[in-house]
Design a protein around this ligand. Structure first.
Ligand code: C2O
Ligand code: CU
Ligand code: CU
Length: 534
């Protein structure tokens, strides 16, 4: 990695200049697509709002307020209820859109560094996708124009600037984006108070309640940055009062690097009706559900008949750390550097989280009121599954190994460069392909005591894909049983040793899009590539 990039990743951009590393690297030259700073001509929006990223303070823990970065929204035109502010949370407003709506968002950057917003899961034109080369500087505005063509589902938004995504999301910049449509309405799913929105994140706080983030440590590059306490929609381990009836629980794993193995207490089943790209064909039942960073799940939960005051917990069950990440650096097991849980790089020392991936966590408590909730019957089939499911792929299968090489995670042996696209990353608009993600230790470190393994949640921008199959991997991996691959997906977890094949019909919008690991420290360190839709 270039020194300048490394400094930037560490948040030391000023230093990058001072250290005499000036001059734009060739890869950072602005591309032909110009930044959209004023509204597009001829686009008449149904909904228009502003979204501003700025520093703020929130009372999260007893004592001093926590300094965060936060999105705030203001509706300019369109249905009331489009923006729902979460009181007491650092998260951005819940954006509620409808399929078919034409949307204009005026993003204002009031941070002291570059940023850009990406609508994770939405199929939008290149100019609206939030590619890092479109990032705007402090004090600037970016105008997004797009039409909501996605199915009803649980999507989200977060910044996507070069090498600073992890840091900015961690500081609080993220929010849910919920799309509804007529097909979903027809199901009459629990709504209003019976719809629980849960963004799962983990954070570390110092003694003065301030967020601790050091994404640049060697440990963090390898395993990602983990917090030591769980927050749900910005609240540390909240308790919510609920009716004794049916609920719809919409989950987003908005953590930088933590994988959850989610289960309800009292042995209640996980009834999964939706994933990244909306409702599944039919409900899927699990004792525990594996949810990796970037992924969403839509659940139904039946609390009918529970006595008032009954508590039901959402928990992340214990799993072996090695199921999510394992590997040795120069013979030090578990990927740990320097022993004693300290990693050191560039003179920075970072402490390992005291709550490693796989440690059991209580995320949230639901406590029933003395009030019967609504009744609901889970249908055997969920309506309107997209018929393009069965379209035929092009003959060739693209093979993309996920490996650790030259001290970096790579995608097919390559790392991110701003405008670079390889031949095998070029696809025709609307064409259907099979991409195969192969998670094998290898590369330069192979056989030299530097084999690294980690679970990688691989995300593709643009269209939702279908998971064709998943092979290999360790039969003993306790995360496997909780993986749900059904339905439309935009982020798929590839466990150590596994090969996962996905079938994707690329967006009809030409341009440069991204695919990457959604462990944000892996992404920021270059485990990301462009693909070009021609
Ligand atoms: Cu949620 Cu490219 O990201
Ligand atoms: Cu995305
Ligand atoms: Cu990764």
């Amino acid at each position: 990695m270039h020194r300048r990039d490394l400094l930037r990743f560490l948040g030391l951009t000023a230093l990058a200049g001072a250290a005499g590393c000036g001059g734009q690297p060739a890869s950072a030259r602005p591309s032909a697509l110009s930044r959209q700073t004023s509204p597009g001509a001829g686009f008449v929006p149904d909904v228009e709002f502003s979204l501003t990223a700025a520093p703020d303070e929130v009372a999260l823990l007893a004592g001093e307020p926590t300094r965060v970065w936060r999105f705030t929204g203001r509706l300019i035109a369109g249905p009331a209820g489009t923006l729902q502010t979460l009181p007491g949370s650092y998260l951005g407003p819940v954006i509620r859109l409808r399929r078919g709506q034409r949307v204009r968002v005026r993003f204002a950057n009031q941070l002291a560094e570059d940023s850009i917003v990406h609508w994770h899961g939405l199929d939008v034109p290149e100019s609206a996708d939030g590619h890092p080369r479109l990032a705007i500087g402090p004090g600037r505005e970016y105008v997004y124009d797009f039409e909501v063509t996605n199915r009803a589902g649980t999507y989200w938004y977060h910044p996507h600037p070069h090498m600073r995504t992890g840091a900015q999301v961690y500081q609080g910049l993220a929010g849910l984006l919920l799309v509804s449509d007529d097909d979903e309405d027809a199901l009459g799913l629990p709504s209003g108070e019976a719809e629980l929105l849960c963004v799962l994140q983990d954070r570390r706080f110092d003694a003065r309640n301030q967020l601790v983030y050091q994404g640049g440590g060697m440990m963090e590059m390898m395993n990602g940055w983990l917090g030591d306490r769980a927050l749900v929609s910005g609240e540390p381990q909240p308790t919510r009062e609920v009716d004794a009836g049916w609920h719809r629980v919409r989950l987003l794993n908005g953590s930088n690097a933590r994988i959850y193995k989610l289960a309800w207490s009292r042995d209640l089943p996980m009834t999964i009706i939706g994933g990244d790209g909306g409702l599944l064909e039919r409900p899927v039942y699990r004792r525990a559900l594996t949810l990796a960073p970037g992924q969403r799940a839509d659940l139904l939960l039946d609390l009918t008949g529970l006595a008032a005051g009954t508590e039901v917990h959402l928990e992340s069950q214990a799993f072996a750390e090695a199921d999510a990440s394992a590997g040795g650096m120069m013979g030090m097991g578990g990927g740990r550097m320097m022993g004693g849980g300290r990693g050191r790089m560039m003179g920075m020392t970072s402490e390992m989280s005291s709550v490693p991936n796989g440690a059991p966590l209580r995320l949230m408590t639901l406590r029933t009121r003395a009030r019967a909730g609504r009744a609901f019957v889970v249908p055997d089939r969920l309506p309107s599954f997209d018929p393009s499911w069965s379209s035929r792929p092009e003959a060739s299968i693209r093979h993309a190994p996920l490996t650790f090489q030259r001290m970096q995670w790579t995608l097919a042996g390559r790392t991110f460069a701003m405008n670079e696209v390889a031949q095998d990353e070029t696809v025709a608009a609307g064409s259907t392909h099979v991409w195969e993600f192969v998670n094998q230790p290898g590369g330069m470190g192979m056989g030299m005591g530097m084999d690294m393994e980690a679970a990688h949640p691989i995300h593709m921008h643009g269209r939702q894909f279908r998971v064709l199959d998943r092979t290999g991997g360790r039969t003993t991996n306790t995360l496997s049983a909780g993986i749900v691959d059904d339905g439309w997906r935009d982020t798929v977890l590839v466990l150590p040793g596994e090969t996962v094949r996905v079938q994707v019909t690329f967006t009809r919008h030409p341009g440069l899009y991204l695919y990457h690991c959604h462990i944000l420290e892996h992404e920021d360190m270059g485990m990301m590539r462009n693909f070009r839709v021609t």
